[in-house]
Design a protein around this ligand. Structure first.
Ligand SMILES: Cc1cc2nc3c(=O)[nH]c(=O)nc-3n(C[C@H](O)[C@H](O)[C@H](O)COP(=O)(O)OP(=O)(O)OC[C@H]3O[C@@H](n4cnc5c(N)ncnc54)[C@H](O)[C@@H]3O)c2cc1C
Length: 379
């Protein structure tokens, strides 16, 4: 049995912990905080295969989805196989949806174009004013990001005996005579056969020069959540707007995406400036999670911008309907984005595997990425 040490208890670290444990390895996770507080608990909780490009990325997202469903079933985690609808309120948005509904299915996307009344029948949260149609997709699911990763940690410990040490910061990773050595903030040095570095946007702390050369960038997103909606009202599937069509790479297979991007750039440059597109998901307690914006590199400050929240809410009100728009919480999250693909993976030292850079798709991709790694990696 090999010893595997994982650094970081976000979704990437715990996905690796699951897959390594499933291969029969002895797995220990070190997380610097008392519980995970990074991108993994700050997101929409959307498992979003439709956003991936056709081929390898979509296949990994589909594997991830199956793994999420398996974990939810075994652990009792609330998981909502709600699907998603991209809403069209402008003719150029409808054109992209129409094109994607034609070219997407042969590439593996389970999508169908809906007319306005079909859209409203599935999605009480769609704004009927000016609604032209929607793109229904079967495959998206929702989890509550506040609880999902904590449940995963407990389940991994109970089912596989994975040791998860919270409030345990790793200060360095070096090569030793027999394998990589991990030093903790209490001075303890751990010998392992394999180390997985899953420290999200903080990957630079342990491997500064590898970070600089990797091209991985940090990205800050502002988010909001409403109070619980009254009378157990539900939005239906996850909802995304026409603005979202220019955000996820899957829609680049459509020729009609170009004029849409040009129109938005000319009409509302402030949306491009702050990388705003809008989406909504709903947790089991009735809150609706709303977002988001994208600021990169030196544009990132600790201070959230009111103008961004206002733009997000203005755009959301155009496309979705909610009985209660009262905002209960505002926050931001930071993720690591690898411009060269859906994840950044490297081996800075023998036996040390870095897994980060999942960008806006870490909840969707991590389990599949870890599954692929541990199926092909021998220690
Ligand atoms: C606002 C927002 C919305 C998003 N929405 C979605 C979505 O709906 N669907 C989707 O698929 N993706 C979404 N994403 C992306 C997704 O959340 C991320 O890709 C994913 O959570 C990254 O996971 P991670 O484990 O790499 O990082 P993190 O969750 O940040 O975890 C890294 C962990 O490493 C720990 N750590 C760091 N350094 C050390 C150290 N030295 N020692 C010990 N521990 C350390 C940190 O404390 C942290 O807990 C969203 C992201 C954000 C920010």
């Amino acid at each position: 049995m090999s010893q595997v040490t994982i650094i970081g208890a976000g979704i990437v670290g715990l996905s690796h912990a699951w897959m390594a444990a499933r291969c029969g390895h002895s797995v220990t996770v070190h997380e610097r905080n008392a519980n995970a507080q990074g991108a993994t608990i700050r997101n929409f909780g959307m498992v979003w295969p439709i956003g991936q490009t056709p081929g390898e990325a979509l296949a990994i997202a589909q594997t991830s989805r199956s793994l999420w469903l398996e974990f939810a079933k075994e652990s009792g985690l609330w998981m909502n196989p709600c699907g998603s609808i991209h809403l069209a309120h402008r003719t150029d948005e409808l054109e992209v949806l129409r094109e994607f509904a034609e070219v997407g299915p042969p590439l593996g996307y389970e999508v169908k174009l809906l007319n306005p009344s079909q859209t409203l029948a599935k999605a009480p949260g769609a704004n009927p004013n000016g609604l032209l149609g929607g793109l229904w997709s079967e495959t998206e699911c929702g989890v509550n990001p506040r609880f999902a990763v904590a449940t995963l940690a407990r389940w991994l410990n109970a089912k596989f005996g994975v040791h998860i040490h919270f409030s345990s910061r790793v200060t360095s990773v070096e090569s030793g005579d027999k394998g990589p050595l991990v030093t903790l903030d209490n001075g303890q040095v751990i010998e392992s056969d394999c180390v997985v570095v899953a420290t999200g946007s903080d990957f630079r702390d342990l491997f500064p020069s590898q970070f600089t050369n990797s091209g991985v960038k940090s990205c800050k997103l502002q988010m909001l959540a409403t109070k619980a909606q009254p009378d157990a009202w539900r939005i239906g599937p996850h909802l995304a707007s026409g603005l979202t069509l220019r955000h996820y790479d899957n829609f680049r297979i459509c020729d009609s995406i170009k004029p849409l991007c040009q129109r938005i750039a000319a009409e509302s440059p402030e949306l491009d400036k702050f990388g705003i597109h809008v989406m909504a998901s709903q947790t089991e307690d009735g809150r609706v999670i709303l977002g988001d914006s994208h600021e990169y590199g030196s544009d990132i400050t600790p201070f959230d911008k009111e103008i961004i929240d206002d733009l997000i809410l203005d755009e959301l009100r155009k496309v979705i309907f909610l009985p209660n728009w009262q905002i209960a919480e505002r926050w931001h999250g930071i993720y690591a984005k690898y411009p060269g693909g859906f994840a950044f993976e490297s081996q800075p030292l023998p036996g040390v595997h870095v897994s980060t850079g999942t960008g806006g798709s870490g909840m969707t991709m991590s389990m599949g990425i870890a599954d692929r790694f541990w199926k092909t990696h021998t220690i």
